[in-house]
Ligand binder design. Structure first.
Ligand code: 5GP
Length: 201
């Protein structure tokens, strides 16, 4: 069976990557989501095993020691990491695996899986990002400023990604991400077996 593709999606907070992914899973049924492990506390509505696997620092550090995470990082004082076995199993089963991780994790995944695809979701502009963060209503001026600063830092990594998708209109962004995935599935470098099969038919 053809192995699946690891697909990394990174975006600064407030760019709408969760909403894009929600829609993407509705239109592409070969995608599965890599549920990360974290030591941050669950937010309201988050379910253990679906949003994240919630861990103590101690149990997270044991996973690292036991080589059970593909990559991990410390972000805003908490550990975040990608469980290794789940991703490997899903890829082996031919599923394309979505990893919604931050930029350093993305760079590490690139080192592990040469065949992965890195997609960076951009806001239309910093001003628009600021407007969206403000619209949430839950953020203080201080956290808005911190998130904008963080976004600028993350944008410095964007040119190391394979594709940039602007989240202006949601539907278009979802379609763009799916187009990237579908095109990558047809890449000649991923289809040597198919070519051989046709040649030998
Ligand atoms: P949040 O706490 O808002 O859910 O996530 C904070 C950041 O950590 C986001 O950029 C998210 O994509 C990233 N993240 C989530 N899981 C992982 C992971 O397994 N590895 C890495 N490197 N980053 C992650």
């Amino acid at each position: 069976m053809e192995k699946g593709i690891p697909i990394v999606i990174s975006a600064p907070s407030g760019c709408g990557k969760d909403t894009i992914l929600e829609q993407l899973f509705k239109i592409n049924d070969n995608l599965v989501y890599s549920v990360s492990a974290t030591t941050r506390a669950p937010r309201e509505g988050e379910v253990d095993g679906q949003s994240y696997y919630f861990h103590t620092r101690e149990s997270f550090e044991k996973m690292i020691a036991d080589n059970e995470v593909l990559e991990y990082t410390e972000y805003c004082g908490n550990y975040y990491g990608t469980p290794k076995k789940a991703v490997e199993d899903m890829l082996a089963a031919g599923k394309d695996v979505i990893l919604k991780i931050e930029v350093e994790g993305a760079m590490n995944i690139k080192k592990i899986f040469d065949e992965c695809v890195l997609i960076f979701v951009l806001p239309p502009s910093i001003a628009e990002l600021e407007r969206r963060l403000r619209k949430r209503g839950s953020e203080t001026e201080e956290t808005i400023a911190a998130r904008i600063k963080q976004a600028r830092t993350e944008l410095e990594f964007a040119d190391k990604f394979d594709y940039l998708v602007v989240n202006g209109a949601l539907e278009k962004a979802v379609e763009d991400v799916n187009t990237v995935i579908l095109s990558e599935k047809m890449a000649a470098k991923r289809n040597a077996e198919l070519l051989d099969m046709v040649k030998n038919s």
